[in-house]
Design a binder for this molecule. Structure first.
Ligand SMILES: Nc1ncnc2c1ncn2[C@@H]1O[C@H](COP(=O)(O)OP(=O)(O)O)[C@@H](O)[C@H]1O
Ligand SMILES: Cc1ncc(COP(=O)(O)O)c(N)n1
Length: 270
């Protein structure tokens, strides 16, 4: 049986709920071999971000080089990239290795409000990384920052998705976790032609730390296996729904989601 591989290029969350830690847990649960290139170390817990320590650009590039010159990968997921310089170095490596199935989660601000991407780097995401990406997965505030438009309704989200496609990315998913208008958690996928809705029950909880990272990592894992974008987004939606529903109840603030809940549910159903 083929071993599928996925690489996450992201920041470390010492609290284990988001970033590299969330990505690797998700890859593992979906039976994909996980690899990582760290962009920054954060001192972080469920209460917030206490420190951000970006790595040297060369350190980021070298980690990716080490993977590209030996193991290779079936998918790449990017998360916290922090600076213009890191974005350019990452884009350069992805292009040089000709990697496909590139999922860009344009992480900008942690749930508690701490910036994880420098303001001036937003343009670099659009210029260097999105043209190489298979799919970009902004939440609503990130889609607003990337397009410069205000997003209130699903109609606005459709317009923003169209604008994002102009960067050269193949598919756009605008997530609905921050939508105050709809009663359900609706994620919108646009393929340049049609819009697809992925809908689930909105769960009343403060424990959503790392939901975006986990969702994008699940899409990358499923694309690595050769699944279609629609199938990958559906699995990611089911994965995050189970992870939010089956809370772990740890930490004193915005707690992490449960990365093993999806597999546990699959076993029970069998
Ligand atoms: N309260 C919730 N109930 C159910 N699903 C949610 C909830 N909050 C977020 N999600 C889902 O989690 C994923 C991440 O959403 P979102 O919160 O928009 O992104 P981010 O974590 O990047 O801010 C999406 O699939 C979204 O639908
Ligand atoms: C290192 C790191 N990367 C990403 C996030 C975003 O997390 P969320 O998925 O909750 O928006 C985070 N808090 N820390």
């Amino acid at each position: 049986m083929k071993t599928y591989k996925a690489l996450t290029i992201a920041g470390s969350d010492s609290g284990g709920g988001a970033g590299i830690q969330a990505d690797l847990k998700t890859f593992q649960e979906l039976k994909v071999f996980g690899m990582s290139a760290l962009t920054a170390v954060t001192a972080q817990n469920t209460l917030g971000v206490q420190g951000v320590y970006p790595l040297a650009v060369d350190a980021v590039g070298q980690q990716i080089e080490s993977i590209g010159t030996d193991l290779g990968t079936d998918a790449v997921k990017t998360g916290m990239l922090f600076s213009n310089e890191i974005i350019q170095a990452v884009a350069e490596k992805i292009r040089a290795f000709g990697w496909k199935n590139v999922v860009v989660d344009p992480v900008m601000i942690a749930k508690g409000g701490a910036p994880l991407l420098q303001q001036e780097a937003i343009a670099a995401l659009k210029e260097y990384l999105l043209p190489l990406a298979t799919v970009v997965t902004p939440n609503i505030p990130e889609a607003e920052a990337l397009t410069g438009m205000s997003i209130q309704t699903l109609k606005d989200r459709k317009e923003a998705a169209k604008r994002l496609l102009e960067t050269g990315v193949q598919y756009v998913v605008i997530k609905g976790g921050h939508d105050d208008v709809e009663d359900e958690a609706i994620d919108l996928l646009y393929d340049g032609q049609d819009f697809f809705y992925f809908t689930s029950k909105k769960i009343e909880t403060k424990n959503t730390h790392g939901t975006g990272c986990t969702f994008a990592a699940a899409i990358a894992a499923e694309l690595a296996k050769g699944n279609s974008i629609n199938a990958a987004v559906q699995t990611a939606k089911d994965f995050i729904q189970a992870a939010i529903e089956n809370q772990l109840g740890i930490g004193n603030g915005h707690g992490p989601t449960n990365h093993w809940a999806y597999q546990q549910k699959q076993h029970v159903q069998r």
